[in-house]
Design a binder for this molecule. Sequence first.
Ligand code: IPE
Length: 262
Amino acid sequence: MMIIKLGGSALTIKDATEPTIDEVNLDRIAEELSYYSDDMVIVHGAGSYGHIHAKKYAIGDKITNAQENLYKIEGLSRTQASVQLLNYIVVTKLQQRGIPAIGVKPSSFIITENKRIAVCDTGIIERYINEGFVPVLYGDAVLDLNDDIKFAILSGDQIITYFANALKADKVILSSDVDGIYTDNPKTNPDAKLIDIVTKDTQLSLTENEDRADVTGGMAGKINELLELAENGIESLIINAETPGNLKKAVSGKEVKGTLIK
Ligand code: IPE
């Protein structure tokens, strides 16, 4: 079984001021994924469909008074609706390419505690896989058990880690808009080099959040999730979804350029 994350930056125009699909990329990504040959779960990020709202309403920050509470409630409902719309667009596109995609709303069956998944019934996802569907989940805004914050942003990266463990995935692919993990930020440092293999002992010079449009921690957040997975014996591969052919290779079991986290 394979779990594949499609970064919001590959599906949407992430720095846009309003939710915007990257039509060309999405269409090509759906076409490439149609070559899948194994049971598969897809998790997509939110891109401009999620981060704009999540940031505006500061979901996950402490709620200190009734007015803030009301504002967060408005924020949660708006964020959920926006990412659900993105999921609908992605699922429809996948279906057009012949993939039996089924959208599953994470906030309808997952609750976090201090922003980490605490309540989650994976049974429904397993059932869909067994019936031959490709479940499509996504980064979402969810309820949180901590009464100080009440709500949280759940990244697709955390969903990947959780399900990879729970469903004992054979293969985890994380795709975004970079080739993998670099020795430094490749967007600002031309001398940055791609690292083939990262382990918990690899020294990385990543800032906590190098991408200001990203409320869930950018590349540093992803690596932490994947290192946790590696500790449980599940390797994962970071690849670039914007390089044509990469996802096709990944889902059909061929070798792809990227960074292996082990
Ligand atoms: C973020 O999910 C979810 C929301 C902001 C609601 P991700 O963290 O997985 O999204 P991307 O891949 O960075 O866009």
